[in-house]
Design a protein around this ligand. Sequence first.
Ligand SMILES: [Mn+2]
Length: 432
Amino acid sequence: MQFHSSLTQFERLPLTTDPTPEPNPDEAEIDKESLDVPQIRQSNGTLASTEGVNSLGQRTNSVTLQKSEELRQVMLAHRHERQLVILQDFPDPDALSSAWAYQLIAQQYDIKCEIVYAGTLSHQENIALVKLTGLPAIRCSVAALKSKDLSFYQGYTLIDNQGTTSGLVPIVQQAGIPLMAVIDHHNLQGDLKSEFIDIRPTVRATATIFTQYLQAGLLPLDNSINQHVKCATALMHGLRSDTNLLMQAKEEDFMAAGYLSRFYDAQLLSAVLQANRSKRVMDVIERSLKNRIVQNNFSIAGVGYLRYDDRDAIPQAADFLVTEENVHTAVVYGIVHDEDEELEVVVGSLRTTKLTLDPDEFIKEAFGQDSSGRFFGGGRTSAGGFEIPMGFLSGSNENSAYAKMKWEVFDTQIKQKLLRLVNPKDNPIQPE
Ligand SMILES: [Mn+2]
């Protein structure tokens, strides 16, 4: 097994494109401060020099170098172990591709990672991504994980989430498996005890963070290795889909995309993107269009009951509703029925193009917390989601009058909670 020294590669792969920065008095101030931060020891024992790069690049660079080295050390300490890499229940391309990159990095240390998620890959592009690239993520339901011998695993890692969107996390916690790493770009969701943490809410995609790790030498990509090309393609897809096709990308996301462009397979990516929507997804989008109400540039639509496998139709409907003229924010929600677990949950998605609207704050403010203090949802730049378990009210939908009444109650309550924020001065309950 060969171990790559990440630090010897740093100089060869500068993370900034501008080798001759113009001196700027404001930046010089920041430079002095940040120069004190990156004390990175190279494999030969000397400190890596971070001088000679401009300040924006440098701050990114120094965080990346520091975190890459930390992660390398943690992996070295856990050689030959087995790990679960847990994704959100309904993983997106950013999560899937980042987890794959993590698995490939870990492989070099003989760490065997199983990438698992509890829900489904309901978005047609995610199914295509996994099938076409051979991405090694496995569905593992809550029940299936419970029945596994968990003493087999020495650690678990969270990627593109912090455990709040996965039904698997409470099980591994109960089993006492230690959290080895959290790598994410969502806002901090609470106290986390992990050996390695890299949470950067200012970065638009976890795929960007992983591309930076690769670029810093944690795994040197090689065009002649098919798996590397496919992983780079997956990362490109993840990065693009979390940045609204790069429209919300920032400098470091573009730099990451630039780096991936040397390795990815454009034809493969376009094959992934050509996956078609199923009829049932189209039907949900149609319902969202029919049911939407638009107030104060918010478009709000309840779509009623959905099958578990069609759950991803909700964010897709929100993506579509937010494209309407004069709409800056769309919220779409419905009741998702999980037949296996006999459970129902209200699932909602928010999409916004309004720069001053923080989806994380908005969703937490609108729906608050459950009895154990856990928020019903959260978000990142331009997108968010929520899940409200229906508990005792789940099921009995064969009684159509009950099903209809139940939907109306939830629909009304969700609208009330949202409209309180949309029209802060109005009384949300308006008797007819
Ligand atoms: Mn993401």
